[in-house]
Design a protein around this ligand. Structure first.
Ligand code: ADP
Length: 417
């Protein structure tokens, strides 16, 4: 644009100079009128063009600025709407002027039932809404936490930050942050040491108290065998726990090396059931295994897949009472293979179901039935199946049993992130 204007000015000046040269070369040949027309008119024309150009430039700048302002406003609205934090703006008398969609979701009340109403006018106030308006101290940026449980017993923790938005208008911004997961993880972390110490202490104490008995003179052979077996059992438990912890550390550090090869799942399942024959017999459990195929090959890591199959079958045996029933099923499902283990055992409470694949999560009834469980098996299983590009899941009903399943693609796809 600027260059165009310089070109026009240069053109006009060129024309004027040409005319001056002509007047000089042919003196007296031009009338006064010609002087005016040839010299003044181009100058005036140039001025008009430059002026018109600048006015056009100026007006288009203004409309560009307005467009930018509009875009900025839209962008700010989009940012506010897509924020992970809930935002509520209200005045000192509790009248609400703005609510973003996250706040609607947290409060479980739609914006039309909140906007331009005072706190008193809002029907069916829940705990979070009450907590929002309890804060009377507006002079400082204040923070408070509120926690409550839903009907399934799941705990929610929210942080409410109060900021004075505009002193003159008396408007306050409330920022609501869902910190449930943060709280849960930090609780888990602090429980981690306690849980692991207890898990290691039981077999270590077993060894400590059994070993000296072996030093006694005249010890009966049967007692000796029993003591040695106890020590071996405790050592096995320690090895199992350490292996689980190592697996988790490797997984979290991304060093859980996978070896994908042609794997016959049918053989893995058969072997897993065979290895548990004694446990099944001891509990008088009726285990049925059904598969229509003679070979079920997929691209998978043999050892890791066996870890998952073992975990499902172990859990079904552990959490099913004596004389219970377990149905193991392996079948082709289009391009996938589905494996499931159904039991009629203790089932999982609604509350624990929500986090059952999380590290260390164990249902209370499972803990009282099997105190030494680690709560790590399903967490590892989920990671393994997802690394294979598969899906893991379950259905369960308290006291009626559970069905755990995984679906693996015959040909491994990359894990969806
Ligand atoms: P662990 O069995 O050592 O506790 P897992 O991670 O394998 O660890 O299982 C976690 C929890 O899931 C168990 O403690 C139990 O509460 C629940 N669970 C898993 N499988 C079953 C099942 N088949 N029946 C009932 N509860 C189960």
């Amino acid at each position: 644009m600027k260059n165009n204007i310089y070109l026009i000015i240069a053109g006009v000046f060129g024309f004027v100079i040409l005319n001056i040269i002509l007047f000089y070369a042919y003196p007296g040949k031009f009338s006064t009128m010609a002087y005016i027309i040839f010299l003044i008119v181009p100058l005036i024309t140039a001025l008009v063009i430059v002026f018109a150009r600048f006015s056009f430039l100026f007006t288009s700048r203004i409309s560009e600025q307005e467009d930018e302002k509009e875009l900025l406003r839209e962008r700010q609205e989009e940012i506010i709407e897509n924020m992970v934090e809930g935002l509520v703006v209200h005045n000192v008398s509790g009248k609400i002027f703005s609510v973003n969609s996250t706040a609607e979701r947290f409060l479980n009340i739609s914006a039309d039932k909140l906007l331009y109403r005072t706190y008193i006018q809002i029907q069916n106030k829940n705990l979070l809404l009450k907590a929002l308006f309890e804060d009377k101290d507006l002079t400082n940026k204040t923070e408070r936490e509120i926690s409550f449980k839903d009907k399934y017993g799941k705990e929610y923790v929210f942080k409410i930050i109060s900021v004075e938005l505009n002193k003159k208008r008396g408007e306050i911004l409330k920022i609501i942050r869902d910190i449930s997961r943060e709280k849960y993880l930090s609780k888990m972390k602090s429980e981690y040491i306690t849980v692991m110490s207890h898990k290691f202490l039981t077999p270590l104490n077993g060894i400590k108290w059994t070993a000296p008995s072996l030093l006694q003179d005249n010890i009966e052979k049967s007692d000796k065998t029993r003591f040695i077996n106890n020590i071996i059992k405790s050592a096995d438990k320690l090895i199992e726990l350490t292996t689980l912890l190592l697996r988790i550390t490797e997984m979290e550090e991304g060093n859980f090396g996978y070896k994908f090869e042609n794997t016959d799942l049918l053989e893995i399942v058969k072997r897993s059931i065979k290895d548990r024959k004694d446990d099944i017999k001891k509990k008088n459990i009726i285990l049925s295994f059904e598969s229509r195929e003679s070979v079920l090959e997929i691209t998978a890591d043999k050892d890791r897949t066996k870890v998952v199959v073992d975990n499902f079958i172990d859990n079904a045996i552990k959490y099913t009472k004596e004389g219970g029933k377990i149905d193991v099923l392996l079948k082709r499902d289009g391009d996938n293979i589905k494996f499931s283990v159904k039991d009629n055992g203790i089932g999982i409470s609604k509350e624990s179901q929500q986090n059952i694949f999380t590290k260390f999560v164990r249902d209370d009834r499972a803990i009282s039935m099997h105190t030494e469980g680690s709560g790590l098996g399903l967490f590892i299983a989920k990671n393994i199946i997802e690394e294979h590009g598969g899906k893991i899941g379950f259905t369960s009903s308290e006291n009626n049993g559970s069905t755990f399943f995984f679906i693996l693609p015959k040909d491994r796809k990359k894990k969806s992130s």
